[in-house]
Design a protein around this ligand. Structure first.
Ligand SMILES: NC(=O)c1ccc[n+]([C@@H]2O[C@H](COP(=O)([O-])OP(=O)(O)OC[C@H]3O[C@@H](n4cnc5c(N)ncnc54)[C@H](O)[C@@H]3O)[C@@H](O)[C@H]2O)c1
Ligand SMILES: [Zn+2]
Length: 361
């Protein structure tokens, strides 16, 4: 089966995203044909390393690359400065020079950390994203945002650095836990609500599954990347329209924090997306029926749509969101299926929206 290639061309430089099946074994050829220097350094978490690191190494070595690697313990709790520091030390020990390429092999945690390591190492070297979760294929591997968490909050230390190439092999999705696959479905549904009523309709009719024919997975992932492309190209640094991609995230981040980060990112976004749509419909900002349609689509993907946390607690966490300014927050608000807008609201109105959306008074 042929792969799909999406060209992303933000102001800081263009790159390809290749989506297909069996691409992990072609990694070396895909890099070599784009004239990367022959030094590669793979970063993976412990789970992905045991599944795919040797396959990636073999493919790269077969194409003439020298391959170093570093593995860190899996999980969001390791997306922090100590782990980042160890990765940088490992890169230096391997004598990676500034012409080398970092390969981020894994989900969003690996992509974020390896991207930031590449941005910092010798003031910036190239990196390639090889996403292995649905979430990282449709969202985090594209767009150049990379960050680690601080004690004070998520993604507080980071940089913008676009990858030089993204290679998504849908075969790697077969080994994902169902819950982790569902996390990615929340971002897929978010993209459909933002920009694609036809995709939304297809997801509502038949839920996406990791057991789907690869043709469907490739086509849905490629469409999602194309949606993200349009926002990244028009607003690389998230000064304006790219903020729409935060749909469901302002309340979602509060839910994530309230869960002590035990709830998967996509699960929290699902609750956030349901809440903001319910509130928007209640306030007359979104077409009638939008909330029921979105909640039904999320349900079909085994995602939660109501918050188990007290509204006051959510409001407290929401005010700490780094998207807040002195007066309030710019919210992405759905207007119907396929279109959304940005609205700046004060803190009191934001609290009212959270209460309305999460069903508490
Ligand atoms: N930079 C961005 O633009 C952006 C956008 C969205 C999310 N993110 C970040 O992405 C992270 C979430 O990403 P994620 O959900 O991919 O988390 P993750 O990277 O932690 O992966 C989830 C789990 O799946 C495992 N895994 C990964 N691939 C696998 C595979 N093929 N088979 C079996 N297990 C596999 C991992 O080891 C991990 O335990 C968060 O830290 C979030 O902040 C970043
Ligand atoms: Zn997200």
């Amino acid at each position: 089966m042929s792969a799909e290639i999406i060209r992303i061309a933000p102001p800081s430089g263009a790159y390809d995203v290749v989506v297909g099946e069996g691409l992990l074994d072609e990694l070396g050829d895909l890099l070599a044909s784009r004239t990367f220097c022959k030094d590669a350094f793979i970063i993976a978490d412990s789970t992905v390393a045991s599944l795919y690191l040797e396959r990636a190494r073999t493919a790269l070595e077969a194409a003439g690359f020298t391959v170093g690697s570093a593995v860190f313990p899996a999980g969001e709790t390791h997306k922090n400065l100590p782990t980042l520091g160890e990765l940088l030390e490992d890169m230096a020990k391997a004598r990676l020079d500034r012409t080398g390429t970092v390969i981020a092999l894994g989900g969003g945690v690996t992509g974020d950390m390896a991207g930031l390591a590449a941005a910092l190492y010798m003031r910036g070297i190239a990196y390639v994203q090889v996403p292995t979760t649905l979430l990282s294929m449709v969202d985090s591997s594209v767009g150049g945002k990379c960050a680690v968490d601080l004690a004070a909050g998520k993604n507080l230390a980071g940089a913008f650095l676009q990858p030089s190439l993204v290679v998504a092999d849908v075969r790697t999705l077969a080994t994902l836990d169902d819950g982790v696959f569902s996390d990615g479905c929340a971002e897929v549904i978010k993209h459909a609500v933002l920009a694609d009523p036809r995709l939304f309709e297809s997801l509502s009719r038949e839920a996406l599954s990791k057991d789907d024919p690869h043709e469907r997975l490739i086509s849905v992932i490629a469409r999602n990347i194309d949606i993200k492309r349009s926002f990244v190209e028009s607003d690389e640094r998230e000064q304006g329209p790219r903020k729409l991609l935060n749909l469901g995230h302002s309340i979602g981040h509060a839910v994530e924090a309230a869960s002590g980060y035990t709830l998967g990112h996509g699960h929290a976004v699902s609750i956030g997306l349901s809440a903001i749509t319910k509130a928007a419909e209640g306030l007359g900002w979104a077409e009638a029926g939008s909330a029921a349609a979105i909640i039904d689509a999320l349900d079909r993907h085994h995602l939660p749509t109501s918050s188990p946390y007290p509204v006051d607690e959510l409001i407290g966490y929401a005010r700490l969101d780094k998207k807040c300014d002195a007066d309030g927050i710019t919210l992405a608000v759905p207007e119907g299926i396929g279109h959304a807008s940005l609205r700046h609201v004060g803190f009191e109105e934001f609290a009212r929206i959270i209460a309305l959306g999460t069903g508490a008074s």
